[in-house]
Design a protein around this ligand. Structure first.
Ligand code: HEC
Ligand code: HEC
Length: 159
């Protein structure tokens, strides 16, 4: 009799743990799409095994003139395409048009005096290294659908 009880208990425990195991697997499948490390982000779900086709290039409207600012001291948005404009150790395509030397001839806005100042306020005769990588602050504006809702409003002074 003792043996039978023991046997029944063992089988029972085995079954219980099997059910629990299956449940855990199930839960994993829900959080981990396909069980192969699926990544879920605002851009959708992608599985590591499948290569998602690249998104189309965003279209940057041509010749939209300068774009109004939304707050004071905003780095102005770039109103033109910047494709293939190299900014590297050896070349800075932006400065070919926007430097004080070239701006007039190219009909471009010249960079402002702040771009010649070091962090300590010293004025240099050439662009300050901290203003060299233009795209760190100036970005072109595409007519793209925002990923998240945004109710930002421009400051009163500029409305
Ligand atoms: C071929 C010349 C040329 C090059 C190269 C160029 N720009 Fe421009 N940029 C212009 C002109 C001209 C304007 C004036 C607006 C217009 O006509 O589109 C302008 C306007 C801008 C403005 C707006 C200025 C304002 O007052 O609102 C920004 C910011 C700007 N460019 C940034 C850049 C950056 C950053 C790069 C490099 C990635 C760059 N530009 C490369 C010619 C150029
Ligand atoms: C650290 C951020 C930063 C970097 C890097 C930077 N800018 Fe700016 N830029 C600004 C801000 C902020 C303004 C507006 C206030 C001002 O003039 O300083 C501005 C203004 C401008 C303007 C408009 C000037 C005017 O008189 O209206 C142009 C053109 C411009 N930047 C071009 C460039 C170019 C080209 C580069 C790269 C060589 C560059 N910027 C790098 C922040 C930056």
């Amino acid at each position: 009799m003792k043996r039978l009880v023991l046997a029944v208990m063992t089988v029972g425990m085995f079954l219980a743990s099997a059910v629990q195991g299956a449940e855990e697997l199930n839960n994993q499948a829900v959080t981990n799409a396909g069980g192969i490390g699926g990544v879920e982000s605002l851009r959708g779900v992608s599985e590591l095994e499948t290569t998602r086709p690249a998104d189309d290039f965003k279209r940057f409207p041509r010749d939209q003139g300068t774009i109004d600012s939304d707050y004071v001291y905003q780095p102005p948005l770039v109103p033109h395409s910047i494709r293939n404009y190299e900014v590297s150790l050896n070349a800075n395509k932006c400065l070919a048009c926007h430097s004080w030397k070239n701006a007039k001839e190219m009909g471009a806005t010249k960079i402002s005096v702040t771009h010649y100042q070091t962090r300590e306020g010293q004025v240099l005769s050439d662009v300050s290294p901290r203003r060299y990588f233009c795209l760190q602050c100036h970005v072109p504006q595409a007519d793209a659908k925002p990923l998240v809702e945004n109710d930002f409003q421009r400051v009163d002074a500029l409305r």
